[in-house]
Design a protein around this ligand. Sequence first.
Ligand SMILES: C[S@@+](CC[C@H](N)C(=O)[O-])C[C@H]1O[C@@H](n2cnc3c(N)ncnc32)[C@H](O)[C@@H]1O
Length: 226
Amino acid sequence: MNEKVYRQEDSKVEVTGFEARYYDTLMNLITLGWYPKFIDKAIADIGLKPGEKVLDFGAGTGRNALLMKKYIGESGKITALEIGPEMKAQFLKNTAPYANIELVDRRIDEPLPYENEYDVVFISFVLHGFVQEKRDIIIQNAYRALKPGGRFAILDYNNFDVDKAPWYIRVAIRKVECPLAEDFIQRDTKKMLKDHGFERFEEFFYFNNYLRLLKAYKITSSSNHV
Ligand SMILES: C[S@@+](CC[C@H](N)C(=O)[O-])C[C@H]1O[C@@H](n2cnc3c(N)ncnc32)[C@H](O)[C@@H]1O
């Protein structure tokens, strides 16, 4: 385990300015056009069903919400939590035609008011950007917000040994990414989730297993059938 001390001030998770205004285009460009196909597949792998209610933590531009909307249909609902001014503006513009997608200006790293309300809590490339104490608050928020049997779908880095990864992965993690990413990668994400009550897991891997969609289920006595 890396013994480095991480501070939230070092995080790049609150995306602003130029990077926020052109976020979707930049993602497409820096991944050499690979991102759209990847995000389509990852969102399909959540396994959303018509009528499901989704809470999206750190929702970004609305790109993910629009993809999720295809699966939940008119009877489903997406509540997107986002605080970045440029991200919120794009989210509102992109999702304006859809009454079942709402944006809430609320921090995910402080206790949230949602309890037993959502089928899915989704968090995409956000959790790694917090210090561990805040990740714990975010995971607790997800657990509380989910209905019994609901799932927390985390799209983010997989856990791996950065020292043993190819040079281009090491450079991306250590020189380009948020400084907190390496700390996240080195921790055991499933253990983190188990510590907060999540019990059953399903995983989907992408990009040579360096990225993962991890689905963690909230199992309670009233949801033992899951
Ligand atoms: C790397 S971007 C990912 C955006 C989106 N989830 C995606 O996959 O395209 C991180 C997002 O989290 C938002 N964010 C950062 N800290 C947050 C917080 N404390 N509460 C809510 N949103 C936050 C940022 O504004 C940004 O939109």
